[in-house]
Design a protein around this ligand. Sequence first.
Ligand SMILES: Nc1ncnc2c1ncn2[C@@H]1O[C@H](COP(=O)(O)OP(=O)(O)OP(=O)(O)O)[C@@H](O)[C@H]1O
Ligand SMILES: O=C(O)C1=C[C@@H](O)[C@@H](O)[C@H](O)C1
Ligand SMILES: [Mg+2]
Length: 180
Amino acid sequence: MTTIFLIGYMGCGKTTLGAALAAELGVPFVDLDDYIEERCEAPISLIFKQRGERGFREIERRALVEVAASATGSVVACGGGTPTWPGNMELMNGAGLTIWLTTSPERIAARLALPEQKAKRPLIAAMQDSEILRYVKENQARREPCYSQAQLRFDSTRIETARETVATARELATLLRTVL
Ligand SMILES: Nc1ncnc2c1ncn2[C@@H]1O[C@H](COP(=O)(O)OP(=O)(O)OP(=O)(O)O)[C@@H](O)[C@H]1O
Ligand SMILES: O=C(O)C1=C[C@@H](O)[C@@H](O)[C@H](O)C1
Ligand SMILES: [Mg+2]
């Protein structure tokens, strides 16, 4: 099977749906953020703190090149900002199938405002909950030209429970089997 790259905004469910999709398809799952944390032996928040966003993006680019070459046939959940670095969308579109998961900014902001979610994501960690929705709307709109280079788009707004995640993964797997 071709490699599937899930892209989309922070908190749209790439990691959650990606793991369920890989299980449904019976293929390995790679989470790019986890891959980076293992490689660097440091959490993403510390990498941002020590090297800034630019330094993180350079590490992320190298990780993506490695994963695209080594994890063929896997489902890969990217980081929310992976598509924004020059060449990353071209790399993924050339190496496999890219799917943009879309979710409403309101749903994303509600998920990201949970303390344990916020703490994991340095771009919003210091924000008041009331600032998150405005930031998500603006930042998502700025990133849209990158996300829209994906080959497929899948709306995951309506998924809310673990059971719905599994059902959606099944639906997506069926769709993919017909196109791959
Ligand atoms: N379909 C869903 N229904 C309800 N909650 C969800 C769903 N998908 C994700 N979540 C919740 O939102 C949180 C963030 O989701 P997830 O980590 O999968 O997002 P992500 O797209 O991988 O984000 P990032 O870009 O930061 O890696 C999850 O921990 C989970 O609690
Ligand atoms: O959207 C983003 O820029 C990010 C999303 C996460 O997956 C992490 O890669 C990191 O927190 C940055
Ligand atoms: Mg993730």
